[in-house]
Every structure is written in structure tokens, then in C-alpha cells.
Write a protein that binds this ligand. Structure first.
Ligand code: SAM
Length: 332
């Protein structure tokens, strides 16, 4: 993007602002294969991307407003210090690519402070993506909006329409923590290739901290995280006609100190079986199905991970308690 001082007088949208929806989501048969593969492993697992149908996306938004869930408010509390500096470093008029866009609360701050020409939210939750992208298109008439429905854990192409624009990636919420560290490096390498050499990535990272604070964030007293966790079964039932009984499972989350990650599971409350596309999957009482990891990082530990993913740390912003850090990375 062109730096602010030179850009202010001359910047114009590169074309009339437009809205175009891109769909690169794999077919339901691929989703089914992945679910069956995970449920026939020992221990059983279901990937966290399957939390997100429209209800799952709304439940996640409710989580971000919970008193125990410090992540969202701490990350957004860093924006006042971070965004003006990001603006000065990268300038205006480029393309802002948001990975795992979800709700558009955070992105509105970025759009207003960074003034990109185009916004390209990538998300697996089609209806939620479409609704929030259309709302942004209505609210920001100078902005081209190009929502892309895709599974970002697999390689995907940015559309030709943003080819000529400098790219700033935005990956908030410490969603990078959902990957195993090796997968996170591979994902970052893929992001670096998509953004191109010199492209930037603003990424939110949850830091290691007191276990009680971490565990409370994933075991809220209102039970919203439990409902979110169980929604993975409801989503599979409606998308793939599986026959899980959500009442037969309960939410479990704890911090695994050895691996530095909060792990979420669904625990089977009884011996039971569920039909998945003609197969019968058996669960024993007390059996845990792994649904999510949320890795927490030390500062240097994350900088090393980023380097392995093809990025250099250009700047960072942390809160006074070092609960959360926003890193501005540059693809080398
Ligand atoms: C934890 S939420 C974060 C939402 C928001 N960015 C924030 O920081 O609050 C994760 C988001 O990523 C999306 N998502 C999860 N896995 C995905 C995948 N494999 N590909 C694309 N989007 C994914 C979900 O639909 C959801 O909107």
C-alpha cells in the first residue's frame, strides 16, 4: 500500500467499488470423508472448523462478549496503539484479506483506520460470511468487498480482481492457536505465499498465562462455550445427516501444561453409537472426542514460529499484563 503522506492527496479507489462472492468450499462429500477419518482414529477427533454453521458462528460471537473470555476485549484494546502505526507503515488503498472473518466487529475498526480499497474476508461459514460481507458493502460505499467461502486449511487462490493490490492479511482472535505448531508453520507459509513477498500479516496471539484465567475462558459460567462445543454435533447432523445425540455428550476443557494449549473435548456420558453415513461409530461412557486445541505462545516462541512460516516480526503490541499480542509480520 502507498504510505499515508503521499497517498492522502491522490488516493482513489482503483475501480468502482463492487461486491462479488467467491465460493471455493469443498463439496459435502469431502467434509464427510474428513469427519469419518477423525472418528475412526484413536483417540477420536472432529476438526474445529466444523463448529461453524450459522448457529456456531453466532455462538462464537456470544463467547467473545463473555466476562471470562478476555481475548477479544484485550485484542481490541490494542487497536488504538496498533492501527495508526500499521497505517503509517503500510499506507492505504490495498487489499485487506481477513482469515476466518467471523463477525465484522474487529474489521470495522481496521477498515476505518487503514482505508483499504478492497476487503476480502475468507470464511468457511457461508451464510454468516455472506451476511456480514453484505452489511459491510452497504456501510462502506468506497470499499470493494470480495467474500470468499473457502476452507483456509487447504490451499486456495485469491481472485484475479485483487491481483494488482498490495496485501495486508489479518488473522485475529489467536485462531492460529487452533493449529498444531507444525501445521501453524505450514499455514503461515501458505499465507506468506498468498500475500506475496513484502506482504504484511497482522495476527493476534494469545500468550501463556495463569491456568485459572485460561481455563475459565473456555469453561464460562453461562455455558455458552459448552453449547458452542456441542454445536459441532448439531452442525454435522444437519449438514451431513449424521445421527449424533448432542444430549449424550458434555463439554470438557482444560489447559495441558506440557503442550501449552487449552484442549476441548466432548465426553460421551454413556455407552452409545451414532450413525455416520451408513457406518456405526461406537462411543464408550467417559470417552473423549477431541474438538479443539488453543495453543498459547510466549513472545519469542511465536516470533520463531513466524520465522519458520516465512515471516519476520516488524512490530508488536501487547497489553500491560502480556495476556495478548498483536504482531505485524512481513513476508520475506
Ligand atoms: C474463532 S472464530 C474467530 C472469528 C473472528 N476472526 C475473531 O477474531 O473474533 C474462527 C473463525 O474462522 C472461521 N473458520 C474456522 N475454520 C476455518 C477454516 N478451516 N477455513 C475458513 N474459515 C474457518 C470460522 O467460521 C470463524 O468465523
Amino acid at each position: 500500500m502507498t504510505p499515508r503522506a503521499r497517498r492522502r492527496a491522490v488516493w482513489r479507489p482503483i475501480r468502482d467499488p463492487e461486491y462479488q462472492f467467491f465460493d471455493q468450499l469443498p463439496p459435502p462429500s469431502a467434509m464427510l470423508d474428513e469427519v469419518i477419518a477423525g472418528l475412526t482414529e484413536q483417540p477420536k477427533r472432529i476438526a474445529p472448523k466444523f463448529f461453524y454453521d450459522e448457529r456456531g458462528s453466532r455462538l462464537f460471537e456470544a463467547i467473545t462478549r463473555l466476562p471470562e473470555y478476555y481475548l477479544t476485549r484485550t485484542e481490541m484494546g490494542l487497536f488504538d496503539a496498533c492501527l495508526p502505526e500499521v497505517h503509517d507503515r503500510i499506507g492505504e488503498g490495498g487489499c485487506l484479506v481477513e482469515y476466518g472473518a467471523g463477525s465484522s466487529v474487529k474489521i470495522r475498526r481496521l477498515l476505518e483506520e487503514l482505508l483499504p480499497a478492497a476487503y476480502l474476508p475468507v470464511d468457511i461459514s457461508r451464510r454468516h460470511l455472506e451476511q456480514s460481507a453484505q452489511a459491510l458493502h452497504a456501510d462502506y460505499p468506497n470499499l470493494s468487498v470480495y467474500p470468499m467461502c473457502a476452507d483456509m486449511t487447504a490451499p486456495f487462490e485469491l481472485p484475479e480482481v485483487v491481483a494488482g493490490l498490495d496485501k495486508l492479511g489479518f488473522y485475529p482472535g489467536s485462531s492460529i492457536g487452533n493449529f498444531e505448531p507444525g501445521e501453524a508453520r505450514a499455514f503461515l507459509r501458505q499465507v506468506a505465499a498468498t500475500l506475496g513477498a513484502g506482504g504484511h500479516l497482522l495476527i493476534g496471539v494469545d500468550r501463556k498465562k495463569d491456568i485459572d484465567v485460561l481455563e475459565a475462558a473456555y469453561n464460562d459460567s453461562a455455558g455458552v462455550t459448552a453449547e458452542f462445543n456441542l454445536n459441532i454435533l448439531r452442525h454435522l447432523n444437519s449438514a451431513l445427516a449424521t445421527e449424533f445425540d448432542p444430549a449424550g455428550f458434555r463439554h470438557r476443557a482444560h489447559y495441558n501444561e506440557g503442550s501449552g494449549c487449552v484442549q476441548m473435548f466432548l465426553e460421551s456420558v454413556k455407552d452409545q453409537s451414532s450413525r455416520v453415513d451408513g457406518r456405526i461409530i461406537e462411543f464408550t461412557q467417559g470417552e473423549l472426542v477431541h474438538t479443539e486445541n488453543s495453543y498459547k505462545y510466549g513472545y519469542e516462541q511465536f516470533a520463531e514460529l513466524a520465522a519458520g512460516g516465512g515471516f519476520k516480526v516488524e512490530a508488536s503490541w501487547s497489553d500491560a499484563d502480556d495476556f495478548f499480542t498483536l504482531f505485524l509480520l512481513r513476508a520475506g
